[in-house]
Design a protein around this ligand. Sequence first.
Ligand SMILES: Cc1cc2nc3c(=O)[nH]c(=O)nc-3n(C[C@H](O)[C@H](O)[C@H](O)COP(=O)(O)OP(=O)(O)OC[C@H]3O[C@@H](n4cnc5c(N)ncnc54)[C@H](O)[C@@H]3O)c2cc1C
Length: 316
Amino acid sequence: MNETFGSGTYDVVVVGGGAAGLSAALVLGRARRRTLVVDAGEPRNAPSSHMQGYLSRDGMAPAEFLALGREEIARYGVELVRDRVTDVTRDGGGDFTVVLDAGPAVRARRLVVATGLKDGMPAVPGVAERFGRDVLHCPFCHGWEVRDEPFGVLASSAMSVHQALMVSQWSKDVIFFLHEVAEEELSDPDLRRLAAAGVEVVPGEVAELVVEDDRLTGVRLADGTTHARSVLFVGPRPAPQTSLLEALGAEMNETPFGTYPVIDPTGLTTVPGVWAAGNAIGFAEQVVHAASGGYRAAAAIVGDLLMTGLDAAVNG
Ligand SMILES: Cc1cc2nc3c(=O)[nH]c(=O)nc-3n(C[C@H](O)[C@H](O)[C@H](O)COP(=O)(O)OP(=O)(O)OC[C@H]3O[C@@H](n4cnc5c(N)ncnc54)[C@H](O)[C@@H]3O)c2cc1C
């Protein structure tokens, strides 16, 4: 821990040390801005052993990616503390007081909220335990690794049709388990598309997963029928970690995939001095997007702090 930790006012406190927060911190550190990252250390993709689709890092372990990021920000004097921010307030002068769970409260002139999101799992026995292994949510993350295997898709609403259609890009053996969705909820165009994609539609509640030797081997329905499957795609219920933004009064936007802050193209929220990046701004932000969003926010903050200082000098 840096011996000046918590003293004075940081130029920027970054909340969250995933791809978005570390990327922001790297740019801020290199721009010589005094920066603190507060990270609770629970990145969204922790259940996965590999991270795919990030050019030049394809297949790297997520933990290794973040460890490299932490090494890189340390080179530029960025401080990082393993803690959780429990509250943030903005004072009349526009600075922030950031309350940590274990550590002291710290002060900051600007904030980056890069707190990610949590995936709520369907309440089918076995699903949560196997998430990130053979229960998957994202074909772009995992599809190549399981190509041509027998897929199941667990419907959570009629919108799951989209997922069933998407995954047919990676396997021609796809069963769409309607689970708690009634067949009548599917539109005629959806049913025609599913048929054209060769996706089999199976009505009936899914009771449990069949697991042998720590591998998914089947999906069992409540009527006892078992379908041999080695991969099950599910639609997690996204819970964006945006309570700090809400506490600050940021304007939020409800979407079918969670409630996210209203932002400008740099990630600036409607609260002056507060930027957001990564899964805190959207469900579909992959690692490469999160890193890019952190970069964009940091660059905007560097310009904002500089101009604010210059204007203060000009105006006396
Ligand atoms: C199973 C799975 C596999 C995936 N595989 C891939 C893949 O192969 N390729 C890909 O591109 N994407 C993948 N993703 C998506 C990927 O996880 C996200 O794109 C990425 O994690 C977003 O980065 P982030 O920085 O926004 O959030 P995160 O990585 O979730 O980091 C947020 C950090 O903020 C911390 N935090 C939260 N609240 C606080 C607080 N109040 N105080 C302090 N710290 C806090 C968290 O503990 C966490 O460490 C996968 C997702 C899942 C669920």
